[in-house]
Design a protein around this ligand. Structure first.
Ligand code: ASP
Length: 435
């Protein structure tokens, strides 16, 4: 019997999760759902998270060490950074254009604004506390922050993935510069580590449909609890805002990325999207590009045909610094809040949003909700009251799912483009291997 492909398995899990979540919210089963259904989602998510650090360390070190040529590394690194930052700036521009033309903030009735502010005030304050520290930093602090002071400490928290990436790059570079005889045993160890971790990914993916079912049911349970009416009302009120964010994300995913692929590669766009769909669906279900990274790497290597040399370096870096979806969302959210409270932002302020959002998305951790916390920095930069974050908190989870899917699509696109430029793209004949 033909095996059901992974993206279908995940889609079925998601569909059943939505149905179950809605039934649970309507029937008032929220306690049962959080005790007996949500844990399956958490187990799946924890499994993905636990292998993220070994995978990053193993693949970056092996990837860099295999280049054996510093010039090649700096060329690939340079191209990757330019395309990552260029696509992020473009995504922000799309968001800014849409939010300024459609003006969703003007559609929020005054009464609702006040209601949302009161309902989410407490949550907004706790989010602001976390961002408080980031706010008071100098412009170069971001560079200080990416250098770990203790590698074990940095590897102990998935929010510090960028530090682990930096250390692994340094380690890989040092291996390239070390005489072959001494370097080889270590390179073999890390290559073997990567292979074993990939095996673990394949084992974890066996439970993907159940895990995704649990995650989606849990999300609906958290958003709707036992009062689905209230959730629907909130969605209705902020529907126009969500529409603008999602519209921008869809535009970026179906126009910008395919254009890039068309110009720089010979890959079929449909095959590309089909090949990476398991990673997109997983990003949507987990809201974490970090947790999705193992699968992004698998699909890019085996189903898109991106060489190990490129994918093992470009993708872990992308998961931590390249967040087009997050940046686009932050731009829309900042202007939306300003519009809703009747503040107008001139062209200078909009440019400031563009610049800050590029850095804010680089600094956002690849975990659920990170984009919202960092939004405070952008609001501060343009003088919009940070308490306004309460306006968008209620629908953040849903938008987080969508922007994370775009973040991961962006990483896969750039990896494919860079691979093609480096003659490292060999698409498999059909849709590639199943993982
Ligand atoms: N959840 C997003 C990610 O992991 C980050 C964010 O926008 O909150 O890519």
């Amino acid at each position: 019997m033909k095996k059901v492909s992974l993206h279908w398995q995940i889609l079925i899990g998601m569909g059943l999760g939505v149905i179950y979540g809605l039934v649970s919210a309507t029937a008032g089963w929220s306690q049962f759902t959080s005790n007996w259904v949500a844990p399956f989602g958490d187990i799946f998510l924890n499994l993905l998270k636990v292998i993220a650090v070994p995978l990053i360390v193993g693949s970056i070190i092996t990837g860099v060490a295999s280049l054996s040529d510093i010039r090649k590394l700096s060329r690939i690194g340079g191209k990757t950074l330019v395309i990552y930052i260029g696509t992020t700036a473009f995504a922000i521009t799309i968001g800014l254009l849409m939010v300024n033309i459609l003006q969703p903030g003007k559609a929020v009735p005054h009464v609702l604004q006040q209601q949302l502010q009161t309902t989410y005030q407490a949550d907004a304050v706790s989010g602001m506390d976390q961002a408080e520290e980031a706010k008071s930093r100098g412009p170069l602090q971001i560079f200080v922050d990416i250098i770990p002071t203790n590698i074990v400490g940095a590897a102990g928290d998935n929010r510090n993935m960028l530090k682990v990436v930096v250390f692994s790059l340094l380690f890989g570079l040092a291996l390239v510069m070390t005489p072959q005889k001494q370097a080889k045993p270590l390179i073999d160890v890390f290559a073997s580590l990567t292979t074993v971790v990939i095996k673990i990914v394949q084992m974890i993916m066996i439970m993907a449909p159940i895990g995704v079912f649990g995650l989606i049911a849990k999300t609906i349970n958290e958003v709707a609890s036992d009062d689905i009416g209230a959730a629907v009302k909130l969605l209705g009120a902020l529907g126009f805002y969500c529409f603008v964010v999602i519209g921008g994300l869809v535009f970026h995913a179906v126009i910008t990325y395919p254009l890039l692929l068309k110009v720089f590669t010979s890959i079929s766009i449909l095959n590309f999207f089909h090949a990476i769909s398991p990673a997109q669906l997983l990003a949507f279900s987990t809201s974490s590009s970090g947790a999705t990274l193992p699968v992004t790497m698998e699909v890019c290597q085996k189903r898109v045909g991106v060489s190990k040399e490129v994918s093992s370096f470009v993708l872990p870096l992308g998961a931590t610094i390249n967040m087009d979806g997050t940046a686009l969302y932050q731009a829309v959210a900042a202007v939306f809040i300003a519009q809703a409270i009747g503040m107008s932002l001139d062209i200078g302020a909009q440019l400031q949003i563009l610049l800050t959002a590029v850095f804010a998305s680089i600094g956002a951790a690849a975990v659920p909700g990170a984009g919202l916390i960092i939004l405070v920095i952008i609001l501060e930069a343009v003088g919009v009251p940070t308490a306004g974050i309460a306006l968008v908190l209620g629908v953040d989870r849903i938008l987080d799912m969508c922007r994370t899917a775009v973040n991961v699509t962006g990483d896969a696109t750039v990896a494919t483009v860079v691979a093609s430029m480096e003659n490292g793209l060999n698409p498999p004949d059909s849709n590639g291997e199943e993982i």
